[in-house]
Design a protein around this ligand. Structure first.
Ligand SMILES: [Zn+2]
Length: 304
């Protein structure tokens, strides 16, 4: 890594922490433009960092990326008490490689501690995204995927929920003011483990709000919004948007009314297919996956 690039990575978090909303945008623009000028980063990278900062700044009056991360981490911990991780290294490495690649072309490529992806050891057809970047997908849902385009579609949908801040919006308004007043003086530095647990206590209600919504389901408009974001991400990487349609077809067959997971939390698969096809303006045609892509998909999740 070039020295200038390294300096940029050291500088950027400081810029994010110690600046106000507008100042943050200006400072980020200055640092990235300078880094671009000295050849430390490509213009496209500079652009994506600025884009990401701009997206974050819209919600900066409410929660900072660091606060979102700590809230999200507690939500993730709650999810993991219900669903144990699937400790298959090959599957998890594959999921992370694919997920990180998708996240990098999303409208929010940079978040406080980055994105993390994990397979859950459950037959339920389900996936979760917490504020701050934790994304979980069950073995049951992975079994609905016939190709990498389908897995990419699920991960892109979950990245969409994070990017659109759906989880954080689930926090009841009364709690937002309460939580922000308490942590107002603690947010400008890295927190100690004791402070983190104190923060978790403070955010107890917020974490419950988000966990409840994750378990009961977002509104239909949020779900279609995440599908739209997914389509954009998939197109940027050259994945077939029909990957999501194909996965939803398999899911439609596998889901039984009254099932937990996606049957309860998401619009019916056929409704989502209709909406996606309406926006794509075309009929479904089978995904043509390149051989090498299909081979790595089979190797990683064939026996899931
Ligand atoms: Zn969703």
């Amino acid at each position: 890594m070039k020295r200038e690039l390294f300096v940029l990575y050291l500088l950027l978090p400081a810029v994010l922490f110690f600046s106000g909303c507008q100042a943050m945008l200006t400072s980020t623009a200055k640092v990235t433009t300078q880094a671009e000028k000295v050849g430390a980063i490509r213009p496209s990278t500079a652009q994506s960092i600025q884009k990401s900062t701009s997206a974050v700044s819209k919600s900066v009056e409410e929660f900072t990326p660091e606060q979102e991360y700590y809230i999200g981490r507690s939500v993730a911990a709650v999810i993991l008490t219900k669903y144990p991780p699937y400790t298959n290294q090959t599957a998890n490495e594959y999921l992370n490689l694919l997920g990180q690649t998708l996240a990098q072309v999303s409208d929010m490529p940079e978040i406080f501690r980055g994105y993390r992806f994990l397979v859950l050891n459950s037959d339920e057809i389900n996936a979760f995204a917490t504020p701050g970047g934790h994304i979980f997908i069950t073995r049951g849902l992975l079994r609905c995927c016939r190709n990498e385009d389908a897995v990419a579609a699920i991960l892109a949908h979950e990245i969409g929920h994070i990017q659109l801040k759906h989880g954080i919006q689930a926090i009841k308004k009364a709690r937002v003011t309460d939580a922000l007043t308490t942590i107002a003086t603690e947010s400008v530095r890295v927190l100690s483990p004791n402070e983190v647990s104190k923060l978790t206590e403070t955010f107890g209600g917020a974490i419950t709000d988000i966990t409840n919504v994750i378990n009961s389901g977002y509104s239909r408009s949020f779900e279609y919004g995440a599908d739209d974001a997914a389509q954009t991400i998939l197109r940027r990487l050259g994945y077939d948007p029909n990957g999501l349609v194909e996965m939803l077809m398999v899911m439609g067959k596998n889901l039984k009314p009254g099932d937990a997971g996606f049957a309860k939390t998401h619009p019916a698969p056929q409704d989502r297919i209709d909406e996606i096809q309406r926006k794509l303006g075309g009929k479904y045609s089978p995904v043509q996956t390149p051989k090498a892509r299909q081979a790595r998909f089979m190797k990683a999740v064939e026996k899931i």
